[in-house]
Each structure stands twice: as structure tokens, then as C-alpha cells.
Design a protein around this ligand. Structure first.
Ligand SMILES: C[S@@+](CC[C@H](N)C(=O)[O-])C[C@H]1O[C@@H](n2cnc3c(N)ncnc32)[C@H](O)[C@@H]1O
Length: 195
């Protein structure tokens, strides 16, 4: 992300920030960081995580109705949150509204065309067509950067607990029976666009 656009000294919006895991990382160098999140319990966790950071503000809101003025943000980050391809057009209109000219938006999501996790995802979510998702972003002028990451857990128990969050009991049981160890290779797409 940093090689596409620096957020040092700039205004960052983390859309769908969840428990705010990424907010302190942006806040370390950004001028101001806004975390927007619709789920009240997650917003509270994010507020607790960032309470000592004076340049972080948390706002209740959604990607389709961002509670920020026009042209007020330099860098937007949405990681596994709302921007999953077809259907997210209302959020894309909001990006175009809140991002300043020359600003950059980043979307991070699964690359279900490859990797062990990608295969699990195709089994768990067979109605999602990964090729259609990539076409959606490229048709709108977004650049795709394919990334290879890993899930690494301290214990098998932790890995199994997370797999059971992500998938139905049937799919989780099937993929866990086929996979040993505490690591899962995981392909990710970073999509980005300059506004
Ligand atoms: C898998 S979590 C990712 C959280 C965070 N981005 C991270 O990487 O740790 C998905 C998040 O998207 C949020 N979300 C769901 N619908 C949303 C919407 N319409 N607009 C913005 N965020 C949304 C959820 O409440 C949740 O916090």
C-alpha cells in the first residue's frame, strides 16, 4: 500500500474498521485517522484500543453513508469490509465523494482463484465468482496487486476455531479433515485506485 500512496501526515479513513486493529498502525504516521464502523460493539472495542491516540476519531456509519464531508480524506482503507465487488456501487459513490482529488483508496479482499484458503472459500461461498469480482474492479479502473499471505496460529485449536467462524459446520469439518498443521497459505487481492 505504501508503495502506491503514502499516508504520512495525511487524513486516513478506515471504512469498516471493526475492532480497530489497523487504526494505531495508520495513526503512527498519519495526520488524522477516522475509523467508521456500523457495529456498536466493535466501535466500542476500537475506541478502547485507540483511547490514547489523539489523532484517531471513531464514527458510527457505513460505507454507503460515510459520515464525513465531501473531499475530506486522502487515503481510504477497507479491509474485508463491504467492498466485495458487485453490489458495492453505493459505497463506491461515497468514496468518490469523500476522497480529495489525488487521493487513493485501497480495498483488500480474498483472492479465491488460488491458494489453500482460496479453495476453501470457493467451497464455502460457491455463488461468488472470483473472476467476476476481478472484472468488476478492473472495469472501474482499479489496479490489482496479488499478494500471498499466511494464517499462522500458535495452536491447532486456534486455527480450528477461526475456520469455524469463517465457514458452515459442514465446510469447516471437511476442510479441517484435509489440512494438517497450524499454517494456511492465503491469497489476497489488494485493489487500489487514484481519485
Ligand atoms: C471481517 S471485519 C474486518 C474488520 C477490519 N477491517 C479488519 O480488517 O480488522 C468486517 C467489518 O465490516 C463491517 N461492515 C459490515 N457492513 C458494513 C458496511 N455496510 N459499511 C462499512 N462496514 C461494514 C463489519 O461490521 C466489520 O467490522
Amino acid at each position: 500500500m505504501a508503495s502506491a500512496a503514502s499516508w504520512s501526515g495525511r487524513t486516513v479513513l478506515d471504512l469498516g474498521c471493526g475492532s480497530g486493529f489497523h487504526l494505531p498502525r495508520f495513526a503512527a504516521t498519519a495526520g488524522r485517522v477516522y475509523g467508521v464502523e456500523p457495529h456498536p460493539a466493535l466501535l466500542r472495542l476500537a475506541a478502547r484500543r485507540t483511547r490514547s491516540l489523539t489523532n484517531v476519531s471513531l464514527l458510527a456509519g457505513t460505507a454507503q453513508a460515510v459520515p464525513l464531508p465531501d473531499a475530506s480524506v486522502d487515503v481510504v482503507h477497507a479491509r474485508w469490509a463491504y467492498f466485495f465487488g458487485p453490489g458495492c456501487e453505493p459505497g463506491l459513490r461515497e468514496l468518490a465523494r469523500v476522497v480529495r482529488r489525488g487521493g487513493t483508496a485501497f480495498v483488500i479482499d480474498n483472492d479465491a482463484t488460488r491458494s489453500t484458503f482460496g479453495g476453501w472459500f470457493r467451497r464455502g461461498y460457491p455463488t461468488i465468482d472470483p473472476a467476476a469480482v476481478e472484472r468488476f474492479w478492473s472495469a472501474r479502473g482499479w489496479t490489482r496487486v496479488p499478494l500471498d499471505v499466511d494464517w499462522r496460529f500458535d495452536s491447532r485449536e486456534d486455527l480450528e476455531a477461526v475456520v469455524r467462524i469463517e465457514f458452515t459446520p459442514e465446510v469447516a469439518a471437511a476442510v479441517l479433515a484435509e489440512h494438517e498443521g497450524t499454517t494456511v497459505d492465503y491469497a489476497v487481492n489488494l485493489f487500489w485506485k487514484r481519485f
